[in-house]
Ligand binder design. Structure first.
Ligand SMILES: Cc1cc2nc3c(=O)[nH]c(=O)nc-3n(C[C@H](O)[C@H](O)[C@H](O)COP(=O)(O)O)c2cc1C
Ligand code: SF4
Length: 485
């Protein structure tokens, strides 16, 4: 992962935990209304893909146990990982693209309800993504994937030559000469692997996304509702389809790209169609970016505009992330696909302990505060969720007291210690295992390996009955907490 050149090392320390009475008097542990839902506390476990599903995209026992472990900590909300809305093979990504997924998802909703004693509200993050291929071996790319065009022929002065001779000539070129002959897109496909974009409107399926996506999202949301979820989070963040529509890099000229008004059009149409399918008693919100952090991308001013549109349309909550784009991703090794969290924008999404002057803690607070202020000035009361390097009670409570956000998201901190919420609420904060922001977990995610935390995955491996990773070296769940009080 990209690291700020300053390379300043930070340690997350919290030595001022509240006692039970202080926690009870806090805003953090007070209830909040989120659309049709009442949250018992203003805490939120943001979506995190743990790679616990299977090639069929089903809710496996490992998926159930993963969320049960979080639910024991009784956070206000758990958002189930990014879940694919199409019924297409997507590796071991959880899916919700067909009614056959409903029984498994119902089991998941029931498991969380039981383990949290009904305290935790359960949402599921709905994702659509475009196709991405692995970086090809250069020879294979020139032989098999590259379509020979008149432009190549002209550049090589081989206008009437057989295709095989054109390919042969391309093989002989040094990289600089080859780059000059290929188009920018072809060169990128060879260096990074082919990746579809929302601007590839010459591809019929991409041209038709504004017609197909509202229905796909609506049917997925309806399944989540039938399965007993409390709501859905539409994934409009990071490197995926809906975020690409919102992006300032979206130059589609069919009324769904270009100006901010046109870029937000499909996300609003998707929302409307989801709301229509699920009704007012089901929470519907979205996750989007306070800033894309890529050159030419959307910035905070765009985010303020989008937030206003989403809130005015009636979304029940807005969850803000940052960065996480393909645009500045590192070149993958041959045989690997690009990963959108390897550049500067990826760093802003999941800041690690090696950082810059600003440090890795709470980099998204200022932007979220600015968005919130904009909404409140317009008379819109939609709750905002902030996440990014938040691990301590004091910092979380201060954010709420200052009115910078309404709900505190702890992603990696909850992964490091799923009991954070219950420990802090009951005055046992001193027992919290604080996240190091090492991004070991994110490294596992990148390789699509079962995600665990380095602070607990080698502990008590001989404990009877525990589930281990495929290589048998790591436990898959944090050890249970036995309160010392
Ligand atoms: C292993 C892992 C998987 C993640 N998967 C998702 C995801 O499915 N959807 C999403 O919106 N964000 C995802 N994220 C980003 C987190 O939700 C969160 O925004 C980010 O980690 C920053 O918050 P934190 O500092 O509290 O961890 C993931 C993060 C990690 C570490
Ligand atoms: S591996 Fe654990 S300590 Fe490291 S960032 Fe992830 S959750 Fe935090």
């Amino acid at each position: 992962m990209w690291k700020p050149p300053e390379r300043i090392k930070y340690t997350a320390v919290e030595d001022d935990w509240p006692d039970r009475a202080e926690a009870a008097a806090s805003l953090l542990f007070s209830p909040l209304r989120v659309g049709p839902l009442s949250l018992a506390q203003r805490t939120w476990v943001p979506a995190m893909v743990p790679w616990r599903s299977n090639e069929a995209g089903e809710v496996t026992d490992d998926v159930l146990q993963w969320y049960e472990r979080f639910a024991r900590g009784k956070p206000g909300v758990i958002v189930v990982e990014a879940t694919g809305i199409r019924d297409v093979p997507s590796g071991p990504l959880l899916r919700i693209g067909d009614d056959r997924y409903i029984p498994g998802l119902a089991k998941l909703a029931e498991t969380v309800r039981r383990a949290s004693g009904g305290e935790t509200r359960l949402l599921i993050q709905l994702i659509d993504f475009l196709s991405i291929r692995r970086r090809p071996e250069p020879g294979k790319f020139l032989d098999r994937f590259l379509q020979i065009t008149p432009a190549h022929r002209r550049a090589l002065d081989l206008v009437d030559a057989p295709e095989a001779s054109v390919r042969e000539r391309l093989h002989e070129l040094d990289p600089e000469a080859l780059q000059a002959v290929l188009s920018a897109k072809e060169w990128e496909d060879m260096q990074y692997g082919y990746r579809e974009r929302v601007t590839d409107t010459q591809v019929p399926a991409i041209a038709e996304l504004p017609q197909t996506l509202p229905g796909l999202f609506a049917r997925a949301a309806s399944r989540a509702q039938q399965a007993g979820f409390d709501g859905v989070e539409l994934h409009y963040a990071h490197a995926y389809t809906m975020a690409s529509f919102l992006s300032a890099t979206n130059t589609r000229n069919d009324g769904y790209g270009g100006s901010r008004e046109q870029r937000v059009r499909l996300p609003l149409e998707v929302y409307e169609s989801v709301r229509e399918a699920t009704g007012p008693d089901f929470a519907v919100g979205c996750r989007f970016l306070s800033d894309e952090i890529v050159s030419g991308g959307s910035d905070l001013a765009d985010a303020r505009y989008f937030a206003h549109q989403f809130a005015a349309a009636g979304m029940d909550f807005l969850s803000l992330s940052r960065g996480g784009k393909f645009d500045d991703a590192k070149q993958p090794k041959v045989g690997w696909a690009a990963y959108p969290y390897t550049g500067k924008s990826g760093y802003e999404c999941m800041p690690g302990y090696i950082s810059d002057q600003q440090g890795p803690f709470g980099r998204n607070i200022g932007p979220v505060e600015s968005i919130r202020q904009h909404l409140r000035e317009s008379g819109l009361a939609t709750p905002l969720v902030v996440a990014g390097g938040i691990f301590g009670f004091k910092a979380a409570e201060e954010i709420l007291q200052r009115g910078q956000a309404d709900i505190i998201g702890l992603a990696r901190q909850a992964l490091a210690d799923p009991d954070w919420f219950e420990k802090v609420r009951t005055g046992c904060g001193a027992e919290v295992i604080v996240c190091r922001y090492s991004n070991y977990c994110e490294g596992l995610d990148q390789k699509h390996k079962q995600v665990t935390c380095e602070l607990w995955d080698r502990k008590d491996l001989d404990e009877p009955g525990i589930a281990l990773s495929h290589d048998g070296k790591r436990r898959l769940l944090a050890p249970l907490w036995k309160p010392t009080l």
